[in-house]
Design a protein around this ligand. Structure first.
Ligand SMILES: *Cc1c(COP(=O)(O)O)cnc(C)c1O
Length: 228
């Protein structure tokens, strides 16, 4: 089932990319494995899936050490500064950096581990009060400060649009993130040694996200089924 789901997703991502005049190879699939067992993660890995996303540090810690070391792990949940140390150790990329204090903590711990940690800046494009992410108007300032931290490498932007049951309603938010990313790219804010990452789109709206320029879609339910 998991293999068939992944194959189906990859097919739809590729088809949507081609229809939008994009190269399918420019879009990565992140398998969101929160609440899923090590066995299910291994099943997905054996179908060729290499990147996985987790939302909770404790859960990730318990699972990652039992998973194949070839897996690339992204942290996609809300990150408290007091968990930055474990995050810097366990993950290759933190998608949810939304404040300087957190960036500084990650930088300090990445230095301690002797690594350069890839990060994305999470933008709260919908400006929802209850949601993590820096509001769009604060993103530039945060990026300018974070760029000075030598053990972090800003790879791009990430967003979670307001919840909607119609994927079309996510489109304007994806557009805003893409526009911001283009603007910041022009200013040379992101590393130019690796392709820019635009992380947007989940099970319900990943095709819309691909149409609007996503280079990474984060998909859980459509791979593993419902979480409960
Ligand atoms: C859970 C989660 C996803 C995956 O959601 P699905 O609807 O199951 O695909 C993607 N991104 C983030 C940030 C998540 O927390």
């Amino acid at each position: 089932m998991i293999c068939a789901n992944i194959a189906h997703l990859r097919g739809r991502i590729a088809e949507t990319a081609r229809k939008s005049g994009r190269n399918p190879d420019d879009i990565q699939l992140l398998a969101v494995s929160k609440n899923m067992t090590v066995e299910k993660i291994e099943e997905a890995r054996q179908c060729g899936q290499k990147m996985f996303g987790e939302n909770f540090i404790q859960e990730a810690q318990a699972k990652i050490e039992h998973c194949d070391p070839s897996i690339v792990w992204h942290f996609i949940g809300h990150l408290q500064s007091n968990k930055a140390k474990q995050a810097a150790r366990l993950f290759q990329l933190i998608e949810t950096v939304d404040r300087l204090k957190l960036a500084q903590a990650l930088n300090r711990h990445a230095a301690h581990y002797g690594k350069i940690l890839d990060i994305l800046i999470q933008v709260n494009v919908g400006q929802e009060k209850q949601k993590s992410g820096i509001p769009p108007q604060g993103a530039e300032q945060l990026i300018r400060e974070t760029r000075k931290l030598e053990h972090l490498r800003i790879r791009g932007l990430m967003t979670i649009p307001p919840y909607a049951d119609n994927p079309e309603l996510s489109r304007p938010y994806f557009r805003i993130l893409k526009k911001l990313a283009d603007e910041f790219s022009k200013k040379g804010y992101f590393t130019n040694k690796a392709p820019l990452i635009l992380s947007m789109g989940m099970s319900a709206d990943y095709t819309v996200a691909v149409e609007e320029g996503a280079t990474l879609v984060r998909v859980g339910t459509a791979i593993f089924g419902n979480r409960i």
